[in-house]
Design a protein around this ligand. Structure first.
Ligand SMILES: [Zn+2]
Length: 349
């Protein structure tokens, strides 16, 4: 089975009315955890790698690990996605490597920290869309700026400083032709998203619904959407960790998003917490152990459990066999003849 594009995967999710988790990876165990969870729940899946992951693992290792997943689980549609591309060149190099999908985060300058102007964002995103679509590769753009910093990427701040303006979201989607649109509704990257259980004053679900009503056919993406569950924080702290109390995005808010056009949900922090908690537990309970498999195996199992739970909660479970992947060559033809780019982006008046 060829790698599937996020465009096809999210179009199918829209038809089925569900969301798809996009899980970040840096190493083999994380990829294995995701694939076992996908098999267990019969889910299509998006595996994504940030620039930080590509530096940590090196492109060739990462790409071949995902190809191995593709060989071992032929029944599971897998999209391989670049998370937070910071420039045209970063996206181009991911496409050259074989990624079926890229994010051009033009909300920030190439330094990954400084917010851009609207026009700068449109220009660089459109450049990536033109290049990627010619090759059948999907593109996610971002309008508005998320809070926090992760993997050295982010403007910092609370997440409320640059929430998405619905008029700009419409203009951005129309002018760039992106396949999916990340919006900023108060969420942040990393573990420290909210200082209490979020309500409408900090997590702007009303804004998300407003944007969906204006762009009913556009696949929306929620970033910074780990739920940061207390039980995972507790395991880390119980075995010597020092996490400060924090709140993520409650699953029921994500499910409300899925009912309102959210098709891709990025999850990283929850898996990091699960892995770290499992490893700390082994170190604390069995300090005599030194074979890495003794702690990597429970770490992998802990991540698999989180991923499988999210797959069920997002609704992608059970949908792996719904469709056959369309090759990027065929998808490129669809963009070229207009059948894929002419989706009605804006609601009819
Ligand atoms: Zn993100």
């Amino acid at each position: 089975m060829p790698l599937v594009t996020t465009r096809q995967l999210l179009d199918e999710a829209a038809k089925g009315g569900y969301g798809v988790g996009a899980f970040n990876v840096n190493d083999m165990e994380q990829i294995q955890a995701i694939m076992e969870a996908a098999k267990e729940t019969n889910s299509p899946v998006i595996i994504q790698a940030s620039r930080g992951a590509r530096q940590f693992a090196q492109d060739n290792y990462l790409f071949h690990l995902i190809l191995a997943a593709n060989e071992l689980y032929p029944e599971i549609p897998i999209a391989m996605h670049l998370d937070h591309g910071n420039s045209f060149d970063t996206c181009k190099s991911a496409i050259a490597l074989g990624f079926s999908s890229v994010m051009m985060d033009g909300s920030l300058k190439e330094d990954g920290k400084t917010p851009t102007t609207f026009e700068e964002n449109v220009a660089v995103t459109k450049q990536v869309v033109d290049y990627a679509h010619e090759r059948g590769v999907s593109v996610e753009g971002e309008i508005g700026v998320l809070g926090g910093i992760e993997d050295g990427h982010g403007a910092g701040g609370s997440g409320l400083e640059h929430v998405t303006d619905p008029d700009q979201a419409v203009e951005f989607a129309e002018r760039t032709g992106v396949d999916a649109l990340a919006i900023a509704i108060g969420t942040s990257h990393g573990a420290y998203k909210f200082t209490k259980k979020p309500d409408g004053s900090v997590l702007k679900m009303d804004l998300l619904i407003k944007i969906h009503n204006r762009l009913p056919k556009t696949h929306l993406v929620m970033h910074g959407s780990s739920s940061v569950p207390k039980d995972l924080q507790d395991i880390v702290n119980q075995y010597g960790g020092k996490l400060k109390e924090t709140w993520g995005v409650p699953v029921e808010e994500i499910q409300l998003g899925i009912r309102n056009g959210v098709r891709k949900i990025n999850v990283d922090t929850d898996n990091r917490l699960a892995i770290t908690g499992a490893i700390r537990k082994v170190f604390a309970e069995s300090p005599e152990k030194f074979d890495p498999r003794d702690y990597l195996k429970p770490a992998r199992e802990a991540m698999q459990k989180v991923v499988a739970t999210r797959m069920v909660q997002f609704g992608q479970a059970g949908h792996a066999g719904d469709y056959a992947p369309i090759s990027i060559t065929e998808i490129a033809k669809g963009y070229a003849n207009g059948s894929l780019t002419t989706q009605p982006l804006v609601a009819a008046k």
